[in-house]
Ligand binder design. Structure first.
Ligand code: M6R
Length: 596
């Protein structure tokens, strides 16, 4: 993880870098720091988030520099472990995103040569290698240094003697170059520099970039020049502002009707139009992490019901180590960022196994859009809150759209049925709005459960993964322990934990599992648990079983996860807010997980 940025031009680099780091903070916020060149090298860094750095940072004048916001991997969050790292003489500064796997042996070697290490990080070996190889040209030193590294990295470095020059490189971790007028930029992600330019070059693995304010030179690790064209980025910065909401997460929850509408519009849903991937695979395997995994899990039910295609879901971090024996599966990787290393590695593994791959991705130009054979873009817009909300909802829309298309292609779904489902999908923004209208009622329920130390989320069939997602949302932003379970599974063990102190959130919508869910609610009520149920509008029966009920509009059963998920997002949000948690930046987490 971590976010890096570099600038060279005519502006004060400190201002550009701090503004850019603000937009990269979603990648980590354990510490932050910047280095500015001005004949000499000035470095300022500290443990804590960017707000803290901004409060204490002195005036630093200079027109080129680099910055970093950290998600700790090697070494605790503390000042010495913050980036930029500097060499023994304080002449070279370096920022890094990724993990240097052979850092231990390199550190030993460099220490024997007399280099003095000041941090516990894997990164510090890189700056000492640059020092070791430096002979008046930072790009040459960078090339020699990279030849020694194993692992993943996006790096940016500067030398106080090379005025106005920034040298960067990429292997696995993302790095984008922004081209301005008499100024140039480097960053982990587009929004960090979008305020200044929309002309971008996405660096590829194995490329080195050397920037001055007037020149941009890309070479490979052997020194051969590479010609690359820039692309105009269509993204806007609107999503990077809170727009009057207390938190990005709340804003993003309320943006979901529009995100759904945009994703449906972009999904080519007309039954007659085609997609660029195989719509008749024998089997489907979905690989993803975290919330995207839960979206894939819901997608499994959609795929099996609408396209009658056997579908398995695997955590991307596990897929690589499995012996996949599937016959000709379509592999679907789901990732909002398109940069999650576990998911990218799984896609690469699948390709090596000879399988065709489809990426469901939110960020245009991200690595997964290049790695996968085909891409389906979700159109959620920029999501800043670390807790995924609108991107998850659009992943569900993507899975639904693809399942309908496959169903038609495989002739399991008639054109009329497909048209009916498509029409119903177009009503989803309105239905989501009616769930959002209940935000105050959900706040009241959040007050009831905010004192709990542990809670359960129950669901069955396609609402079982929604229970998993509800529990994940609750855990990650409110720090309350929560577990998602299939309603029928509780009695096989976890029921032992249910008492009057463990609230249970039960999804009991009108589908084929409804009666069974009523039974499961009865089981936990009998053990004293307070039950909040999510039911289908008009179902008064449910009120006899649960202590509280939140209703969603009646929709085809396969669509219910889209609405039940929104209830759970609001429940987690309000609970965390009542508890005063850092909702947009939960502890220990980062939005884009670029380590394995
Ligand atoms: O960018 P991705 O969708 O690949 O990210 C995967 C997970 O890291 C992500 O969904 C994570 O679980 C969420 N931040 C949770 O809200």
């Amino acid at each position: 993880m971590c976010g890096i940025i570099g600038y060279t031009g005519n502006r004060q680099a400190r201002d550009v870098i701090l503004a850019g780091l603000r937009r990269l903070e979603y990648r980590g916020y354990d510490s932050a720091g910047i280095a500015i060149g001005n004949g000499s090298l000035n470095v300022f860094k500290d443990k804590g988030d960017l707000d803290h750095l901004v409060k204490i940072i002195p005036e630093m004048r200079g027109k080129f520099g680099i910055g970093h916001t950290r998600w700790a991997t090697h070494g605790k969050p503390m000042k010495n472990n913050s980036h930029p790292m500097v060499d023994c003489n304080g002449e070279i500064a370096l920022v890094h995103n990724g993990i240097i796997e052979n850092n231990v042996s390199l550190r030993e070697e460099l220490m024997k040569k007399g280099h003095v290490f000041r941090s516990e990080t894997d990164t510090e070996v890189v700056v000492h290698l640059l020092e070791e190889y430096y002979d008046g040209d930072l790009e040459v030193a960078m090339r020699k240094t990279l030849a020694r590294l194993q692992g993943s990295y996006a790096v940016a470095a500067m030398h106080q003697k090379e005025n106005g020059k920034i040298v960067g490189a990429r292997n696995i971790s993302p790095l984008v170059v922004g081209l301005g007028k008499r100024e140039n930029f480097l960053a982990s992600d587009v929004p960090a520099i979008l305020e200044y330019t929309d002309r971008m070059i996405y660096l590829l693995d194995g490329e080195i970039i050397t920037l001055t304010k007037d020149t941009v030179r890309i070479t490979d690790f052997k020194g051969k020049s590479i010609k690359r064209n820039w692309q105009k980025v269509e993204m806007t910065l609107e999503g990077a502002e809170k727009g009057g909401y207390e938190h990005f997460m709340l804003k993003e929850i309320f943006e979901q009707p529009n995100s759904i509408r945009d994703t449906i519009l972009g999904s080519n849903l007309n039954a007659e139009s085609g997609y660029s991937f195989d719509l008749k695979p024998d089997t489907v395997k979905i690989i993803a992490c975290g919330t995207s995994y839960h979206a894939g899990y819901v997608g499994k039910y959609m795929m099996e019901e609408l396209a009658r295609t056997p579908t398995t879901v695997e955590l991307a971090s596990e897929y690589r180590f499995s012996s996949d024996t599937s016959q000709a599966p379509l592999i679907i990787g789901i990732s909002q960022s398109g940069e999650t290393t576990d998911t990218l590695s799984a896609i690469k593994t699948a390709k090596k196994r000879g399988f065709s791959t489809l990426g469901i991705v939110n960020i245009v130009g991200s690595t997964m859009t290049r790695e996968a054979d085909s891409v389906f873009y979700t159109r959620a817009g920029l999501e800043v809150g670390v807790a995924a909300t609108k991107t998850y909802i659009t992943q569900l829309i993507a899975m639904l759209s693809i399942s309908i298309k496959m169903g038609v292609a495989k002739e399991h779904l008639g054109i009329d049925d497909a048209r009916y489902l498509t029409q119903e999908m177009r009503k989803l923004p309105k239905h989501v709005r009616s769930v959002l209208d209940q935000s105050d009622a959900i706040f009241d329920l959040a007050q009831e459960i905010s004192g709990a130390r542990s809670m359960f989320f129950l669901g069955r069939n396609m609402n079982f993964p929604v229970a998993l997602e509800g529990a994940l949302k609750m855990k990650e932003i409110s720090y309350i322990h929560a577990e998602g379970y299939p309603g029928g599974e509780l009695k096989h063990g976890p029921l032992a934990l249910v008492t009057e102190e463990t609230p249970v959130i039960a999804i009991a919508v009108k589908d084929q599992t409804y009666e069974k869910m009523l039974g499961n609610i009865g089981e936990v009520s009998a053990r004293g648990a307070m039950v909040i149920a999510i039911g289908t509008e008009g179902d008064r029966e449910l009120e006899k079983y649960a202590d509280h009920v939140i209703y969603i509009p009646e929709v085809p059963p396969l669509f219910t996860p889209i609405l039940t998920s929104v209830v759970l997002q609001l429940l987690a949000y309000h609970t965390a807010n009542i508890l005063g948690c850092e909702i947009d930046k939960p502890r220990h987490l980062a939005k884009s997980v670029t380590v394995e």
